[in-house]
Design a protein around this ligand. Structure first.
Ligand code: DSN
Length: 425
């Protein structure tokens, strides 16, 4: 390949040391501790390279072959590559790779399939749903009449009978399935059956699990849903962004909703990076990665359970787990802070029927996409579980825990060959 002009780190360090220093500090933060936020990952150097490219300079409102700007012949090919790879990877009839985020993808799906004031049935945020599934603070709860379903109090599992009852009672125009804090597989066929019974569209928001779907270790909603929204930066390990897969039947509506209804020009550097990520996710190594993500989550969950932290639903089949800390007498915010002091980043989370509040939750959520990308396996999960359990229980243990965290991340460095200081590239 001919040489390619790509501004390297030394030019940023020279031109803007203030920003360069922040990049170095953030890289040091990401490498210096354990990243257990279930929705984060370490994307590949190839994805980073595509995102830091001159494709960011190009305006390309419209779609390949139908743009409102000249000079789109190269970015057209980048977008077509991303579309074709996404369709092949997930077996979809149509793909739109332009959404800037999962929330924009969801806004576009609402715009395509329902009208303000329509009834939508979706999972409650407090039970593991998402802001865009009907929160009053979000467009979804403000502009739509959202009826929420949840999980059962006894099993903490989705209650498909309740979903069906609510659907029959409220006749929603759209049903949304998918979650951000639900550690078990979702029965998309059951949702399809309910949607068909009441004549509703089915939207699956699988932002969290799409990498596991790509790797063949989580069920795919594609054969069942009219539209599937997802982010490319979570388990899928691509650039920060969103995408939509859908049937041919709603393809035109979805495309027109993304542009020009919700968004203007697409970010072509991110679209190119999505193409890279879809290409990476189609490789056998990625399926192995996805398998290890789930195996690691199970080991970590079992270790924490043995240490007295109760996993919501009794365990996990995915990349994440949610823990109820009430038996330990520690709230989620305190646990999050204590773990942070020990060098472990995770986040507080509500648990189903949480007696606490969103800022003082009764639980925490953690996930294994990042640590698995670093090459960690079962032994490391047991060590991480022991560190997290001690950090949550005992604020005086912090100093010794930091040493153990440093040992883990030094043995499995994220971006092992990346520069460590301004100009050190
Ligand atoms: N913010 C994401 C998460 O952490 O689950 C959802 O959009």
């Amino acid at each position: 390949m001919e040489s390619y002009y790509g501004p390297d780190f030394s030019s940023l360090a020279r031109e803007d040391p203030d920003v360069a220093r922040l990049l170095v500090e953030e890289l040091a933060r990401q490498r210096g501790g354990l990243q257990l936020i279930a929705s984060e990952n370490y994307t590949s150097p190839a994805v980073l390279a595509a995102m830091g490219s001159t494709l960011t300079n190009k305006y390309a409102e419209g779609y390949p072959g139908r743009r409102y700007y000249g000079g789109c012949e190269v970015v057209d090919r980048a977008e077509l590559l991303a579309i074709e790879r996404a369709k092949r990877l997930f077996g979809a009839e149509h793909a739109n790779v332009q959404p800037h985020s999962g929330a924009s993808a969801n806004l576009a799906a609402y715009a395509a399939l329902v009208r303000p004031g329509d009834t939508v049935l979706a999972m409650a945020l407090e039970h593991g749903g998402h802001l865009t599934h009907g929160s009053r603070l979000n467009f979804s709860g403000r502009w739509f009449d959202v009826v929420s379903y949840g999980v059962r109090r006894d099993t903490e599992l989705l209650d498909y009978d309740e979903v069906r009852d609510l659907a029959l009672r409220h006749a929603p125009k759209m049903i949304i399935c998918g979650a951000t804090a639900y550690p078990r597989p979702i029965d998309f066929a059951a949702f399809r059956g309910i949607a068909d019974e009441v004549g509703a569209w089915l939207l699956a928001d699988v932002a969290h699990t799409m990498g596991l779907v790509a790797g063949g270790v989580a069920p795919s909603p594609v054969p069942y849903a009219d539209a599937v929204t997802f982010t490319t930066h979570k388990t899928l390990r691509g650039p920060r962004g969103g995408a939509i897969l859908c049937t041919e039947e709603v393809a035109r509506r979805i495309d027109r909703a993304v542009f020009p209804f919700v968004q203007g020009g697409p970010m072509m550097h991110v679209v190119a990076a999505k193409a890279v990520a879809f290409g990476e996710a189609a490789r056998p190594e990625f399926a192995e990665y996805a398998e290890r993500v789930v195996a690691n989550a199970r080991t970590l969950t079992a270790t924490l359970e043995a240490a007295g932290m109760r996993p919501v639903t009794g365990g996990t089949d995915t990349h994440l787990a949610v823990f109820d800390l009430r038996d330990l007498g520690v709230d989620g915010a305190t646990a999050e802070r204590r773990c942070a002091e020990a060098g472990v980043t995770l986040n507080r989370s509500v648990i189903p029927y949480d007696p606490g509040s969103p800022s003082r939750t009764s639980g925490i959520r953690l996930g294994t996409p990042c640590v698995t990308s670093q090459g960690m396996g079962p032994d490391e999960m047991e060590e991480i579980g022991s560190i997290v359990a001690q950090a949550v229980r005992n604020p005086n243990a912090v100093a010794s825990l930091i040493t153990r965290v440093k040992a883990l991340v030094s043995a499995h460095p994220a971006y092992g060959d990346a520069p460590t200081a301004v100009g050190d590239d």
